[in-house]
Write a protein that binds this ligand. Structure first.
Ligand SMILES: NC(=O)c1ccc[n+]([C@@H]2O[C@H](COP(=O)([O-])OP(=O)(O)OC[C@H]3O[C@@H](n4cnc5c(N)ncnc54)[C@H](O)[C@@H]3O)[C@@H](O)[C@H]2O)c1
Ligand SMILES: [Zn+2]
Length: 338
């Protein structure tokens, strides 16, 4: 964070900057960031915290304010916050004046290990998550693990779900590293830096080769078909990482049931999630039919059949022959949902 000013000016030089943040992160880090850039050419736009504000309405308010404040194509946006702010501010950057540069300054573990990297931006609608959005690369990403000191334990654990996902989809040794940190997450330590760097490197490699998710990038959706359904149906009471945790446990079970995953894969995944204090069963107030219906709205349905990214074992995904997406029948999904 102390170097943010010089990094931003080097990688995204601009006439003016607008920091977009939420009302929890803003009071903690906005003035520091704005001073690092130069307060005289930096404005701060604050939105209410939480997934329920990752909407077209908030997008409209932000773009209106940018116009009112006279921002132009020589402005660079700075997304300062968790994944919600990164997705939202990134989408503002992708669309304002047909696209201006932005920088991600992630302050949650979910955002550091996952959301801030890869250029997916967007907002939710009443029908589902991330249904309106764009691919728009950040000019740079500045992750300072010390900002995690102020993050709640529950949100830190939510980030561990995405880190475990990176191990499952690509690297069994990395999975072991994350699992070994799961019980007592070493927030303020070199291991945390190693963990964050490990996830960025795995995701970065995948995204570099398939930026627009035409093939292998789909493996990063492991846990997200049912995860997004659970997150949406819980009305966002479950955090993203918690819902993805449940999604990974269920989808690994699907993979075993259809004979794609080695026996024991699902139980190893479940054990690591439990160690990280993450849920692997969906809340009893949600029903299986509603969840199944929600998977159809997700972007992972093709010609009406819902497709999944499924593991062969920890460290390797199935589906290389079929574009990394595997259609699964409703009957199988309902069997696993119980
Ligand atoms: N674009 C992508 O590739 C991608 C990948 C993963 C997740 N996501 C999206 O990210 C979102 C979830 O992100 P999230 O879990 O970071 O949620 P979030 O942005 O809502 O942040 C979680 C909470 O922590 C607070 N907070 C953030 N940083 C803090 C800090 N340093 N100290 C104290 N409090 C802090 C926030 O105000 C919020 O209340 C979801 O919308 C998900 O869809 C996107
Ligand atoms: Zn995710």
């Amino acid at each position: 964070m102390d170097e943010a000013g010089s990094i931003i000016k080097r990688d995204a030089p601009a006439h003016r900057y607008a920091i977009i943040t939420d009302d929890v992160v803003g009071p903690l880090y906005a003035s520091r960031t704005s001073e690092a850039i130069g307060a005289d050419r930096c404005s701060v736009l604050t939105v209410p915290t939480g997934e329920t504000h990752k909407t077209r309405e908030t997008w409209a308010q932000l773009t209106d304010t940018l116009v009112e404040q006279g921002h132009g194509r020589d402005t660079t946006l700075v997304a300062l916050g968790g994944g919600v702010i990164g997705d939202l501010a990134g989408f503002v950057a992708a669309t304002f004046l047909r696209g201006i540069p932005y920088i991600n300054v992630p302050t949650t573990l979910v955002a550091m290990v996952d959301a801030a990297v890869g250029g997916k931006t967007g907002v939710d609608t009443g029908a589902g998550k991330n249904l309106v959005g764009a691919f728009h690369r950040p000019a740079c990403v500045i992750a300072d693990p010390r900002t995690l000191r102020t993050l709640s334990d529950r949100h830190v654990r939510s980030g561990m779900a995405e880190a475990l996902k990176h191990g499952i989809v690509a690297d069994a040794r990395y999975f072991e590293l994350v699992a070994s940190c799961a019980e007592e997450v070493p927030v303020d330590s070199d291991r945390m830096v190693e963990l964050i760097a490990g996830s960025i490197s795995i995701k970065g490699e995948i995204v570099k080769r398939d930026e627009y998710e035409l093939g292998r990038r789909k493996v990063l959706n492991f846990g997200h078909t049912l995860g997004h359904a659970v997150e949406f149906q819980s009305k966002y009471r479950l955090f993203h990482g918690e819902a993805v945790s449940i999604g990974m446990a269920l989808e690994a079970e699907i993979a075993e049931r259809v004979g794609i995953a080695q026996p024991g894969t699902a139980s190893s995944i479940r054990a690591a999630l439990t160690m990280a204090g993450l849920p692997s069963d969906y809340p009893t107030e949600l029903d299986s039919k509603g969840l199944l219906a929600a998977t159809r709205v997700d972007k992972k349905a093709r010609r009406g059949v819902v497709e999944y990214a499924l593991p062969k074992c920890i460290g390797e995904m199935a589906g290389a022959e079929t574009g990394w997406a595997i259609p699964i029948s409703d009957v199988t999904v309902l069997e696993v949902l119980g």
